[in-house]
Design a protein around this ligand. Structure first.
Ligand code: ZN
Length: 442
C-alpha cells in the first residue's frame, strides 16, 4: 500500500538506523563532563546536546514547520495528554502518525502524559493500576495506565516515547517519595512490557512511502564511524542517492522507549530509582520530577548526582528545564537532551532572551528604539525588525507579536545549544553568556 500524507510524506522511507534498532547514540567528544554526540533516530540524526522545542498540540505555538526547520530544530516534542484528548490518537495514527499529520520530517519525542495528568492535581486520582483524570477541555473522565499511555504513544508514532511515570510533588515526605518512586518503577516495567509486545504497530510500519516524495532534511550528515550497522548507516546517511529508491517502512527501525528516573529531591532515592530503571533496561534515560517548585540550586544538585548513576553510553534527557543559562549548565554536567516551554511561553508574554539579558518588550522604553532586539542574533526577526516595531505589535495585541517573539526566543535557545556543541567539540566547557557568545557563529 502506498500512501501520501497531505502532500508531505513522513520521511520514514529513509531509515537512519540499522534494522531492528530503535536508536543509536554515539559520543564523539567529551569536555569535562559534557558530551557532544549524535543520536540516530528513525527520522533524523540529531546532534547532541540538543534543545527540543515543545509542540504541545502538534504545533510549536505560532511557528510553522518550515521556519522551525530553518531555525535548526532537530527534534520537537509532542504532548500525549493533549493529543489524546484532541484530535485523538486514532486520527493522528490514520494520518501516518505525528510526522505525517503535522508534516514534520525530523525527529519527534512524545511524553507519556504523566506530567500533564500530575499537573491536574484537582482533577485526578492515582491507583496502582493507573490514573483517572478529568479533561481540562470538557470535564470528561479518562483513565491512563502504563499500557494505554504506551499504546497512545505508539499510535502517535514519535521517534522517542516515554515510560508512564508519576511525577512526585514538591515538597513530599519520605514515605510519599518512596511510594511514588516505587510506583514509577513498577509502571516502567509495565510500560516496557507493553511496548515490546506492540512496538511493530507504529504507524510507519503500516505504509510504504514513495521515496520520491521525500526531501533530505537540511541538516547534512557525514557517515558516522560506527561498528554494528556501519554499512547501512553509511549508505543511508552519507549518500543522497539512496533517496531515489523505494524502501518499505517494514525495514525501518522501531520507536525508542526511554525510562524515567524519579525520587524527588532525595539523592538516595534517585540513585535507587536510576538502578531500578536501568535494571529494566531502556535505550535512553530521562530525569523527571524536577522544576516542580524546588529552588534552582536543588535542581542542579539532584541533576548532577543523578547523572552519576546513569550509563555513560546512553542518551540522558533532562525533562522540563530551564533558562538559557541553565541549559548550558546542564549540558556541561553531561545532559544530552532538554526541553522547556520557557522560550515559547515567555515569548507569548513578551519576555525575550537576548545576549544582553532579558528584554520585556512591552516596556515603553522600547517605543522609539530603532535597534534590533538582539544585535548579536542572526535570526530573521533580529535581522529585519526593530524593537519599536516588536513593542508596537505586542502593545496592539497583534498575532504577529507572538509569532516573531517565539521565533527569536527559539532561535536564541537553539543557537545557544549549537554554540555549546561547538565548544564541546573543541574540548572546552561553555560558559553563558560570555564564552558562548564570544565565539563566531558556526
Ligand atoms: Zn533574534
Amino acid at each position: 500500500m502506498t500512501k501520501r500524507f497531505n502532500g508531505q510524506d513522513c520521511g520514514a522511507a529513509r531509515c537512519y538506523n540499522p534494522l531492528g534498532m530503535s536508536i543509536t547514540f554515539q559520543r564523539e567528544k567529551i569536555a569535562g563532563k559534557a558530551r557532544a554526540g549524535r543520536l540516530i533516530t528513525p527520522h533524523a540524526v540529531i546532534e547532541t546536546p540538543v534543545f527540543m522545542p515543545v509542540g504541545t498540540a502538534a504545533t510549536v505555538k505560532g511557528v510553522p514547520q518550515d521556519i522551525l526547520e530553518d531555525l535548526g530544530a532537530q527534534i520537537i516534542l509532542g504532548n500525549t495528554y493533549h493529543l489524546y484528548l484532541r484530535p485523538g490518537v486514532e486520527t493522528v495514527r490514520r494520518m501516518g502518525g505525528l510526522h505525517g499529520f503535522m508534516s514534520w520530517r525530523r525527529a519527534i519525542l512524545t511524553d507519556s502524559g504523566g506530567f500533564q495528568v500530575f499537573s491536574l492535581s484537582e482533577l485526578r486520582k492515582i491507583t496502582e493500576e493507573g490514573v483517572t483524570f478529568r479533561s481540562h477541555l470538557d470535564g470528561s473522565s479518562h483513565f491512563f495506565t502504563p499500557e494505554s499511555a504506551i499504546e497512545a504513544q505508539i499510535g502517535l508514532g514519535a521517534d522517542i516515547i516515554m515510560a508512564f511515570d508519576e511525577c512526585t510533588e514538591y515538597p513530599a515526605d519520605a514515605a510519599r517519595l518512596r511510594a511514588s518512586m516505587e510506583l514509577t518503577a513498577r509502571w516502567a516495567a509495565r510500560s516496557k512490557r507493553y511496548f515490546e509486545e506492540h512496538k511493530n504497530e507504529v504507524p510507519w510500519k503500516q505504509y510504504s512511502v514513495p521515496s520520491t516524495q521525500y526531501s533530505v532534511p537540511s541538516t547534512q550528515y557525514s557517515a558516522p564511524a560506527t561498528d554494528g550497522g556501519a554499512s547501512l548507516l553509511s549508505e543511508d546517511i552519507g549518500s543522497e542517492k539512496s533517496d531515489n529508491r523505494v524502501l518499505s517502512t517494514e525495514y525501518c527501525s522501531t520507536q525508542a522507549l526511554f525510562g524515567i528516573v524519579q525520587g524527588g529531591m532525595d539523592r538516595a532515592l534517585r540513585k535507587e530509582s536510576a538502578e531500578r530503571t536501568i535494571e529494566i533496561g531502556f535505550p535512553g534515560y530521562a530525569i523527571g520530577g524536577l522544576s516542580v517548585g524546588e529552588p534552582r540550586e536543588l535542581t542542579r544538585e539532584i541533576v548532577e548526582s543523578t547523572l552519576e548513576y546513569l550509563p555513560k553510553d546512553k542518551p540522558r534527557y533532562l525533562m522540563g528545564v530551564g533558562t538559557p543559562e541553565e541549559i548550558v549548565e546542564y549540558a556541561n554536567l553531561g545532559v544530552d537532551m532538554m526541553d522547556c516551554v520557557l522560550p515559547t511561553r515567555a515569548a507569548r508574554h513578551g519576555l525575550l532572551f537576548t545576549s544582553e539579558g532579558k528584554v520585556s518588550i512591552k516596556q515603553a522604553r522600547y517605543a522609539q528604539d530603532s535597534g534590533p532586539l538582539d544585535p548579536n542574533c542572526g535570526c530573521r526577526v533580529c535581522q529585519r525588525y526593530s524593537r519599536a516595531y516588536l513593542r508596537h505589535l505586542y502593545a496592539s495585541n497583534e498575532v504577529l507579536a507572538q509569532v516573531l517573539n517565539t521565533i527569536h526566543n527559539l532561535s536564541f535557545y537553539l543557537d545557544t545549544m549549537q554554540r555549546v556543541r561547538h565548544s564541546i567539540s573543541l574540548g572546552e566547557v561553555s560558559r553563558f553568556p560570555s564564552a558562548v557568545w564570544s565565539r563566531p557563529k558556526a
